[in-house]
Design a protein around this ligand. Structure first.
Ligand SMILES: [Zn+2]
Length: 279
């Protein structure tokens, strides 16, 4: 077998492997079909639009990631998977839409807040006078990956940032977070819509955004059930069979997981490189 034949063979096997994976996983929530949680996802269409900027690593290891679930619930949300968003044509197209006002959820020393009742001053003209649609972008990545995405993309660096003023505790109890200020994507989305509703920018939203929290609760319950019942197939792969192993949790701490930044508590919030609102 020469080199070309070998590479072709390898490619064919990869295609075959990916086809099996596609067959076995739900194409909406990206969980295994046996653990699909689509029945708990109640989609709705808010006025302001969420855009998820997902690092490819996050896109692949969707075992308990909540980004896909968030995307499935928010009917008009956008999902882009790339390391360097400057090279993503679909993202660039969305960004160039003159009918939108874009903001990025990212720590900043002088941020405007998306979780307060007051509309940030810089939003008044584009949203209230020019009637643009607020499109807020969330980085769905671990902190090192999110930093890399920011470092590589001039477009992301140029976006005005928003942040949370309050501290929030994660409801995602099963997931080991480096500190309590870290939130999952689905919780982050909920807090944003709660804030936008307080501002009066989501007039038609009744309590549909609570669907996000309900989906997270179902996911947490699923993980707890798996922990308690070793015979239940989990979404995390194979389970330990021996009694000795069962006494230890299979869930390892996730390092540097960061969806949210409390600029008071989080050292990350103080040290990050990009401070768009300062500039
Ligand atoms: Zn599903």
């Amino acid at each position: 077998m020469n080199r070309e034949q070998y590479l072709q063979e390898k490619l064919n096997r990869l295609d075959h492997f990916n086809a099996i994976r596609r067959r076995e996983s739900c194409q909406v929530c990206y969980r295994k079909k046996t653990n699909c949680l689509c029945h708990v996802l109640k989609p709705f269409t808010p006025y302001c639009e969420l855009s998820l900027l997902m690092h490819p690593k996050e896109g692949k290891k969707q075992k308990i990631g909540t980004g896909r679930m968030t995307h499935a619930i928010l009917k008009n949300s956008h999902l882009f998977i790339d390391v360097n968003m400057d090279e993503n044509q679909a993202f660039k197209k969305l960004l160039s839409d003159p009918h939108r006002h874009h903001v990025l959820l990212y720590p900043s020393r002088n941020p405007e807040y998306i979780d307060q009742a007051d509309i940030p001053p810089s939003w008044t003209k584009p949203l209230l006078s020019q009637k643009k649609i607020l499109t807020f972008h969330i980085l769905d990545a671990t902190w090192p990956c999110a930093k890399k995405m920011m470092r590589e993309s001039k477009l992301l660096q140029s976006l005005p940032t928003v942040s949370f003023k309050e501290s929030y505790r994660s409801r995602f109890v099963i997931k080991h977070q480096p500190h309590e200020a870290c939130l999952s994507t689905i919780e982050t989305a909920f807090i944003c819509y709660e804030g936008l509703k307080k501002m009066g920018l989501e007039k038609d939203l009744k309590n549909e955004h609570h669907n996000l929290n309900q989906a997270l609760d179902a996911l947490v319950q699923f993980q707890l059930d798996c922990e308690n019942d070793p015979h239940l197939p989990s979404n995390r792969g194979s389970k330990p069979k021996t009694k000795k192993n069962l006494s230890h949790s299979r869930i390892r701490p996730k390092k540097n997981r960061l969806f949210y930044w409390d600029t008071e508590k989080s050292e990350v919030g103080h040290n990050h490189k990009y401070k768009n609102t300062d500039q």
